[in-house]
Design a protein around this ligand. Structure first.
Ligand code: G6P
Length: 510
């Protein structure tokens, strides 16, 4: 990894570890989502970094109170734990420092459940049917002014404090901000820490100027200006980086260079970059070999795969951007078009409930249950339920399902990257075929070795699943080998390394 001579401060909304109390004992739980999985994969390289994130449980707040306003030390791997005594850290443990920000509940709700998800998430994933949604009101403005803005202010105060603590008053640190929750952070951190190198990774798609204009001027301009406080704004794909530049030109009238991928902001140049994120291949391989995963895999084989049966799998958060309903509808079409598949193929959907305090997400989960019931009623018969729906979060079960499935369906409406696709190709033991939406970041890397899915065309998705289920074994094997090689090569360390190298170069140029 590129050698750094500056301390690193990471910022994200969701963190690697949350605390709880069970039977009077303090327990730790791993944070969820693609961002956290990816960053966790880097634990070994971030040993002195400070990770600033939001407290999300009562016990998180308790732990912070005990830390008396200081960052605390956390071991992330192999087992998450709070380090109370430095001497207890073993050489196998990867530790970081963590500072959990306690956001007032009302503000957090406006920040998270009104502005970040749904509004920003929906705009950036193209999820609104514009004839009717969104309807923005005075309440939206309030949620922005009294929720999103103060939460960003609160985080920037913490970040500035932490940067100064480790890097002195001028703040010679590297600050790595993550995602759409914090578009207003960089500008404030820059004002307070003139020597900080600041970069923000946006893990979700960046929309075209027309789509960004769905946001009212008071929001869209301010958010863009906030982001331009960064030295580098990073995305997973070139398309996102270009869209970001186009928005800066269209909405703020700034001068951009689409070749060099820079925006001129007064005397400064802000770079847009793209680095495709990935997974920690080593850790995943280990997990795939664990007893827990083997046991789950055995059960799945016994329950669903005897007698030459096949499995289509999907693993997702219950997020409208994942396009789960259309996936079930496409499976319905597949079974109608190919009656010979009756009893021969099962669609295993392992869905992790997500953001249930956001009405759009609660509605989406109800819709899912309805479609599954419909498809099962239409095609099911004694001893065979075509769709097996599990609403739970179980990493070992997900990895076990990757190892045994025949087809993985990733038909997302849009997805910044989609790490499920990358994880599955690494651990498949059954020459799995990937059916991959052309609007995911992963498609840019894996398109040659996947069956393309068009997110809105359910007949096409049904045909794609059929092609995948009936593909000859030599081709399946060759595709999987190539796809896995790509993922192994572009792993998460490389992802970080490329960013650090670019930052160091930028520092030298200064
Ligand atoms: C995506 C976002 C992350 C987010 C994750 C889980 O991966 O890029 O920022 O943390 O989804 O969503 P949640 O709302 O549960 O944090």
């Amino acid at each position: 990894l590129a050698a750094l001579d500056r301390p690193v401060v990471l910022v994200s909304h969701r963190g690697p570890v949350t605390f709880a109390v069970e039977d009077g004992e303090r327990t730790t739980k791993r944070g969820s989502g693609g961002l956290v999985s990816a960053l966790m994969g880097l634990a070994g390289h971030l040993s002195d970094a400070i990770w600033v994130y939001a407290a999300s449980s009562e016990e998180d707040r308790q732990v912070m109170t005990e830390a008396k306003g200081k960052a605390m030390r956390l071991a992330l791997a192999p087992q998450a734990r709070l380090v109370e005594d430095d001497a207890s850290v073993t050489e196998h443990e990867h530790t970081i420092y963590a500072y959990l920000v306690d956001v007032p509940e009302r503000q957090h709700e406006d920040f998270y459940s009104v502005i970040s998800n749904p509004l920003l998430w929906f705009v950036q994933h193209g999820l609104y049917g514009l004839a009717q949604d969104p309807v923005l009101t005075e309440r939206t403005r309030e949620a922005f002014e009294d929720g999103y803005v103060p939460v960003n202010d609160q985080f920037s105060d913490v970040v500035v404090e932490q940067v100064r603590a480790v890097a002195g008053d001028r703040g010679r640190a590297i600050v790595m901000i993550h995602d759409y929750h914090f578009y207003l952070l960089a500008e404030r951190v820059r004002a307070a820490c003139p020597e900080a190198l600041i970069t923000q990774f946006i893990h979700i798609p960046w929309p075209s100027p027309n789509d960004w204009r769905i946001l009212p001027p008071y929001m869209r301009e301010r958010l863009l200006r906030g982001l331009l406080g960064n030295d580098v704004v990073a995305f997973h794909t070139l398309r996102d980086a270009r869209n970001f530049l186009l928005c800066a030109a269209d909405i703020l009238d700034l001068s951009i260079d689409l070749g060099a991928l820079t925006i001129t902001v007064g005397e400064r140049k802000v770079g847009a970059r793209h680095y495709p994120i990935s997974v920690n291949t080593e850790a995943l391989r280990e997990l795939a070999g664990s007893a827990d995963v083997r046991r789950h895999a055995e059960t799945l084989r016994r329950d669903f795969l005897t007698g030459g049966r096949q499995m289509v799998l999907r693993v997702d958060r219950t997020d409208p951007s994942k396009n789960i309903v259309r996936g079930f509808r496409a499976f319905d079409v597949l079974l109608s078009d190919h009656p010979e598949l009756a009893g021969q193929v099962v669609f295993f959907a392992l869905l992790q409930p997500s953001r249930q305090d956001v009405p759009e997400y609660a509605d989406y989960i109800s819709a899912l249950g309805g479609v599954v019931a419909e498809v099962n009623a239409r095609h099911g018969r004694d001893g065979w339920q075509p769709v097996q729906l599990r609403l739970e979060s179980d990493l070992a079960l997900a990895v076990a399902a990757y190892t045994v499935c025949d087809v993985l369906l990733v038909n997302a409406v849009r997805d910044g990257m989609n790490l499920v696709a990358k994880e599955a190709v690494l651990v498949s033991e059954r020459d799995m075929v990937l059916v991959l939406s052309e609007t995911t970041g992963a498609f840019d890397e894996l398109s040659r070795y996947a069956v393309r899915a068009h997110p809105f065309d359910i007949q096409q998705q049904a045909d794609a699943m059929y092609e995948a289920l009936t593909m000859d074994v030599d081709r399946r094997r060759a595709w999987l080998r190539e796809a896995a090689a790509i993922v192994r090569h572009n792993d998460v360390e490389r992802w970080l390394d490329m960013q650090l190298r670019d930052l160091l170069r930028l520092d030298e140029d200064r």
